[in-house]
Design a protein around this ligand. Structure first.
Ligand code: C5P
Length: 232
């Protein structure tokens, strides 16, 4: 019996303003390639991947020069002002696929995803979908700003950090993003509002999102020392 196939949408249309690097964070150099190329690699390497949509900014000039752009399984779409608009643009490219096909939505700024996390996510996939997440490890403080100061300690017992990829059935995800995408920060939130109860899959802490200066060095260490994916 052949294993079920999956689709993927990788969003890389953001400007990455928090990095202050002058180049969108998905294109920062990392272990001989770019952050985005590393984010795509474990999905492209997966034997069950059927098709992958990379969602790019309208003025993107960099992706076309990458090896991934030449893959027969890769198509591109133009993103929107918000992450949810970019996800919707990616899903629109998959309109001809079966509604119950799993679609994995992944951040183009997460370069350290491992094969084990993809496989655990696919194994947990069901009608409500599933997402990679990390149980919160540290004590959490609620704060006021300027200067930041503690106003309360938050019970972390039932708190998880949501990561990507997040896997949902294509049809319900498209409907949920169209209905609730305006102010959600991940796909799970749109599905939750539509009445679904996605499964949390404990992820590797290595699956970080490049957000602040310094994250690239950490990602480089993980890729070269843990994943064995150096310059190629
Ligand atoms: O800014 P943030 O870290 O939340 O972005 C997460 C991912 O969403 C990044 O890969 C970014 O390129 C993508 N994104 C997008 N379209 C937007 C905003 C963010 O594709 N309008």
């Amino acid at each position: 019996m052949s294993l079920p196939r999956f689709l993927a949408v990788v969003v890389a249309a953001g400007s990455g303003e928090r990095m202050g690097a002058g180049v969108p964070k998905q294109y920062l150099p990392l272990a001989g390639r770019t952050v985005l190329e590393h984010a795509l690699q474990p999905l492209l390497d997966h034997p069950q991947l059927e098709r992958l949509v990379v969602v790019l900014a309208a003025d993107d000039t960099r992706f076309a020069a990458t090896a991934a752009a030449r893959s027969a399984r890769v198509v591109t779409a133009v993103g929107g002002r918000t992450r949810a608009e970019s996800v919707a643009a990616g899903l629109a490219e998959l309109a001809d696929a079966e509604a119950d096909t799993p679609v994995l939505v992944h951040d183009g700024a997460r370069p350290c995803l491992g094969r084990g996390d993809i496989d655990r996510l696919l194994a947990a996939f069901g009608p409500h979908g599933a997402l990679l997440a990390l149980p919160v490890r540290d004590t959490l403080k609620r704060a006021h700003a300027d200067p930041p100061g503690v106003t309360a300690t938050v019970d972390r017992a039932d708190l998880w950090q949501a990561l990507t990829p997040q896997a949902f059935p294509l049809g319900p995800l498209r409907t949920a993003i169209a209905a609730y995408g305006v102010d959600v920060t991940d796909e799970s939130q749109a599905m939750e509002r539509a009445g679904y109860a996605p499964v949390l899959v404990a992820a590797e802490a290595a699956n970080l999102k490049v957000t602040h200066p310094g994250d690239v060095e950490l990602a480089e260490l993980i890729l070269t020392r843990v994943r064995g994916r150096g310059a190629q």
